[in-house]
Design a protein around this ligand. Structure first.
Ligand code: EPU
Length: 337
């Protein structure tokens, strides 16, 4: 375990922003993590996973601990289900592909989401009608103050739309070290209801898709809309889709009858922020090296040498314009550091 000083984080954030960590260390086991925390009690620490959901707007004046715990295993199984445990530092997409290769169902709709397994419960990642909470059983997390490991059961995680207890009640108090999922071995709940998936499968006349075919459809859709962070820096959806009270929404909808929306409960609707941003004229626009992706307006991109502050300014410009135009506040999904 080597602690490095004045360390560039450019390769450790999918936006590809140049920012420095005062100190940086990668840990490969819980023992290493515990040692580092104990030895640096007086230091500020910053936990870094896959760096796929953050915007660095400044250097980090702290000891950055990169969680690089690897390993995955079957913990238990019966005829119908399998319980699979993955260490936090595994690459999410590789893990998803591995479960599909084993014939385990439940994660296929979340193929190709960038990031590491340990970060997935934090914002309850989701795509194409599925969220982590649908297959999540529990996770192990290390208390940053007393270094004790705690198991968080699903009900303790308070999952919501891109929300969990790790972003709220226990924010910065725990480091997730592993996650346990319950997946199907047979009678898979294939979910192709999301319009894009239906259309993609129809192209190949696939009626009863396998897990692999659903995964391939999701990969094709994502590749067509979302930029590959290895080629164009980005953090996926920069904003959350706003959830409005139906009563408020109805007033706005009268003024903008073409506005898209989805019912989320008896009293609430979700409005696609990508639609609002496109209507406000931002889609495909570029401000220096910071821009709005041409195929999906919800994604902000770094064309090369944008600073985090420049991307943040673009995001503020978008938020203000959306509020002025539609009276709707859109909130960042990405953690702004
Ligand atoms: N839309 C536009 N213009 C755009 C983008 C979208 O009009 O530029 C409209 C589309 O026509 C569609 C609606 O907005 O009617 C929804 O678009 P899409 O299916 O692309 O999904 P999204 O709501 O923009 C969410 C997630 C994505 C996830 C997709 C698919 C959030 C914040 N984002 O995006 O997640 O992949 O659904 O399930 O909920 C991420 O979180 O990083 C992410 C990529």
């Amino acid at each position: 375990m080597e602690i490095q000083s004045n360390f560039s984080l450019k390769k450790y954030n999918t936006f590809g922003i140049e920012a420095k960590a005062k100190q940086f260390v990668a840990v490969h086991s819980i023992a290493e993590l515990t040692t580092i925390l104990e030895q640096n009690k007086s230091e500020n620490t910053f936990i870094l996973g896959g760096g796929s959901n953050m915007l660095l707007t400044k250097d980090i004046d702290a000891l950055v601990i990169h969680i690089d715990l690897k390993g995955k295993k079957i913990s238990a199984e019966n005829e119908d289900y399998v319980w699979v445990e993955s260490q936090a530092g595994e690459d999410w997409h590789e893990f998803v592909l591995w479960t599909i290769d084993q014939g385990f169902g439940g994660l296929e709709n979340m193929s190709l989401i960038p990031g590491n397994v340990g970060s997935t419960p934090v914002q309850n990642i989701g795509a194409y009608g599925t969220e982590i909470k649908d297959t999540f059983v529990s996770c192990e997390a290390l208390n940053t103050v007393n270094q004790e490991l705690k198991t968080f059961l699903k009900e303790e995680c308070h999952f919501g739309y891109r929300e969990s207890t790790f972003k709220n009640e226990v924010k910065n108090q725990y480091i997730i070290t592993s996650v346990l999922f319950k997946l199907t071995k047979r009678n898979h709940n294939i979910n192709t209801a999301y319009g894009d998936i239906t259309n993609e499968l129809a192209k190949y006349n696939i009626v009863n898709p396998t897990l692999k075919e659903v995964s391939n459809a999701v990969i094709a859709i994502r590749k067509s809309k979302l930029p590959d962070p290895k080629k164009l820096g980005n953090s996926g959806s920069f904003f959350k889709n706003p959830i409005l009270l139906k009563t408020d929404f109805e007033k706005i909808h009268q003024q903008f009858p073409e506005m898209k929306y989805y019912n989320v409960s008896e009293t609430e609707v979700k409005v696609p922020a990508g639609w609002l941003i496109e209507q406000a004229g931002f889609k495909g626009k570029r401000f220096g090296d910071a821009g709005i992706h041409e195929n999906q307006a919800l994604v902000l991109v770094n064309y090369g040498n944008a600073t985090g502050q420049e991307i943040l300014n673009v995001s503020k410009n978008i938020q203000e314009t959306i509020f002025k135009t539609f009276g709707i506040h859109i909130e960042a999904e990405v953690n702004v550091i």
